[in-house]
Design a protein around this ligand. Structure first.
Ligand code: OGA
Ligand code: NI
Length: 296
């Protein structure tokens, strides 16, 4: 593990335990390379071609899906130095192809193929975690209950002043679970532990498994969602693909009853998915953690 110190530079550190690297995942390396190369090709197109998939309605009102920059929520917000393409990939029948690039031509098929593989990984992990916690093995799966999967492809252009701005500000993911594929050549992801930042170094074709705040609440804090950020660099572009898995809109988010007793009270209050989502976005834009406001 390498201390990233105050420097905003990505280096060679290794961090295990929070953002966990997964190697034996069964996704072909060629598929991982394709989805990244096609994404890079999309972002490298002229802006007019990308604007066809804009995440702004009438050029001003932000919507979740589409291509664009950081969402502006407050006046004094410092924006992240990244472009992103945000797409709902699950449930399949809710895919809105109007936001899915048609160029490069194979983008849609390849993203769908990749997502079908990460979904399998997701199911294996949440089942293993439920067993580890001695919950019913379908506990998380049943709460997920065909919940949405959002793909977020992040594109970080070189930044002339990496000391001033993040690619993504410090945050923890709101999801149940995130499966992250990072640039094979350019680092930048850092994880915080005990107040210190550590570079996450990946070997090509590993996937990073990140637990989100939903998981932290559901397992009553036994597993924690790591705070992480992305630093920018002046020379190289960077790309990453995050697949966020969240629980179904009709479900509430609360600690699993099987983990609670008189000695282990609930540490988080119950919230609806709608309340969670709205609360999360507001806090994220201010660089705060929503999960802190759920603490009992
Ligand atoms: C995110 C994120 C990390 C990365 O999109 O939530 O943390 O390496 N991305 O791009
Ligand atoms: Ni994240």
């Amino acid at each position: 593990m390498e201390d990233a110190g105050d420097s905003a530079r990505a280096g060679g550190g290794q961090h295990r335990g929070a953002a966990e690297p997964l190697t034996n995942h069964g996704v072909e390396t060629s598929l991982m390379d394709s989805v990244m190369n096609l994404s890079r090709e999309f972002f490298n197109q002229p802006i007019e071609r990308k604007q066809k998939f804009s995440n702004l309605i009438d050029g001003k009102n932000f919507q979740v899906q589409g291509y664009g920059t950081d969402r502006v929520v407050t006046q004094d917000q410092i924006l992240d130095w990244s472009d992103r393409l945000h797409l709902k990939v699950e449930p399949k029948e809710e895919q809105d192809l109007a936001f899915w690039p048609d160029h490069p031509e194979s983008f849609r098929d390849v993203l769908n193929e990749y997502a079908s593989r990460t979904k399998r990984i997701r199911d294996n992990i949440i089942q293993a975690m439920a067993k580890l916690l001695e919950l019913d093995e379908d506990y998380f799966f049943n709460r997920l209950n065909k919940g949405p999967a959002m793909a977020r492809i992040n594109y970080y252009p070189p930044c002339p002043r990496p000391d001033l701005v993040f690619g993504v500000r410090p945050h923890s993911d709101g999801s149940l679970l995130t499966i992250l594929l990072v640039d094979r050549a350019v680092g930048g992801l850092q994880v915080q532990r005990d107040g210190k930042w550590y570079n996450v170094q990946t070997t090509p074709h590993t996937l990073l498994i990140n637990l989100g705040d939903t998981m932290q609440v559901m397992c009553n804090g036994i597993f924690r969602s790591p705070v992480h950020r992305v630093v920018t660099n002046a020379e190289k572009e960077r790309i990453s693909l995050a697949m966020f898995y969240s629980v179904n809109d009709e479900k509430d988010i609360e600690p699993a009853a099987g983990l609670l007793d008189e000695n282990r009270p609930a540490r988080y209050r119950k919230v609806s998915v709608g309340e969670f989502r709205a609360g999360f976005i507001g806090k994220f834009s201010r660089g705060e953690r929503y999960i802190d406001s759920l603490k009992i």
